[in-house]
Design a protein around this ligand. Structure first.
Ligand code: GDP
Length: 310
């Protein structure tokens, strides 16, 4: 059950096509797999499409390409969510920067990109909507490079890999001249260019609480990355609070991501992103850890206000 993993954040200014692109990846990931039922993705009304869009952006999404699980996490684009952006970027080893081929980088692109560069991530740039007649992909790429330079990206970051494509038409390609009918080049780029997550499954458990969710059935759900160790459904674990105190609780449910759904897991190891029920009063930034060898992860600083970025 332990698949190779890639964790990638997705960055884009509003309307540059994040939802549509992730939807294309979801739909196509199924078609590249053999002998498996894929959920019916056909949308038959605008309402359904809207609802699906909200779901895609508000939840972690995971696609499987060949044998690799690619966890895709959304990053809020607004400066009000500065702290959340940092936490999300702490879960990933790469990011996909989507830029509208006509508009080029916009303020939200800039805000999140700055954070990603500061984290040392090497973004993959996706120049989107090239199906539109007015698209100017080369100008968009030049503007992206200008932005990287302005934001103080290092040489490696400035030598960013890029692809062109259209989430709406469902294709990606490395050059404008090339023919492509699907997202395969983007999947391949994610596998090749996003490093696999670090972390040691044999070390004491450490999961940083990054997002909170709630279900009527399970109560508070903690979402985060397993930085080290291995977690089992039903095990006792310790929650290490900001003040250093420890609360013990049972992992009543362990969930992983698959498409837009969460699937129940028996066990999950370092590198993966999981959702956990059982920690009724966990807070963002705290660490779920081994009760016999509790070790906190460093709290992620929240450097608000970030108003200057707007
Ligand atoms: P988000 O705000 O970044 O999630 O953007 P959406 O995915 O909701 O897309 C915003 C608008 O751009 C919608 O009307 C989409 O249909 C349209 N759009 C997204 N991707 C493409 C594309 O590749 N080509 C064209 N022509 N339109 C697109």
């Amino acid at each position: 059950m332990s698949l190779p993993i890639r964790n990638v954040a997705i960055i884009a200014h509003v309307d540059h096509g994040k939802t549509t692109l992730v939807d294309a990846l979801l739909k196509q990931a199924g078609t590249f797999r053999e002998g498996e039922d894929i959920p019916d993705c056909v949308m038959d009304s605008n309402d359904l499409e809207r609802e699906r869009g909200i779901t895609i952006l508000s939840k972690n999404t995971a696609v499987r390409y060949q044998d690799t699980l690619i966890n895709i996490v959304d990053t809020p684009g607004h400066a009000d969510f500065g702290g959340e952006v940092e936490r999300v970027l702490g879960m990933v080893d790469g990011c996909l920067l989507i830029v509208d081929a006509n508009e080029g980088p916009m303020p939200q692109t800039r805000f999140v990109l700055k954070k990603a560069l500061e984290k040392g991530l090497r973004p993959i740039v996706f120049v989107n909507k090239i199906d539109r007649p007015q698209a100017t992909p080369h100008i968009a790429i030049d503007k992206v490079l200008d932005l990287f330079l302005e934001l103080g990206a290092d040489d490696d970051q400035c030598d960013f890999p890029y692809l062109f494509g259209s989430g709406l038409s469902g294709f990606a390609k490395a050059t404008l001249e090339e023919d492509s009918e699907d997202m395969r080049p983007l999947f391949e780029a994610l596998l090749k260019l996003v490093p696999p997550p670090a972390g040691d499954p044999d070390k004491p458990l450490q999961i940083q609480v990054t997002t909170l969710d709630y279900s009527d059935y399970l109560g508070r759900i903690v979402i985060g990355k397993i930085h080290n160790g291995t977690i089992q459904a039903g095990q006792q674990a310790a929650l290490m609070r900001e003040d250093g105190s420890i609360v013990k609780a049972k992992v009543s449910k362990l969930l992983g991501f698959e498409g837009l759904r969460r699937i129940e897991l028996e066990t999950a190891a370092a590198g993966n992103l999981v959702a956990i029920a059982g920690f009724a009063d966990a807070n963002i930034g705290e660490t779920i850890t081994d009760p016999n060898d509790p070790q906190a992860l460093p709290l992620i600083k929240v450097d608000e206000p970030t108003l200057s970025m707007n």
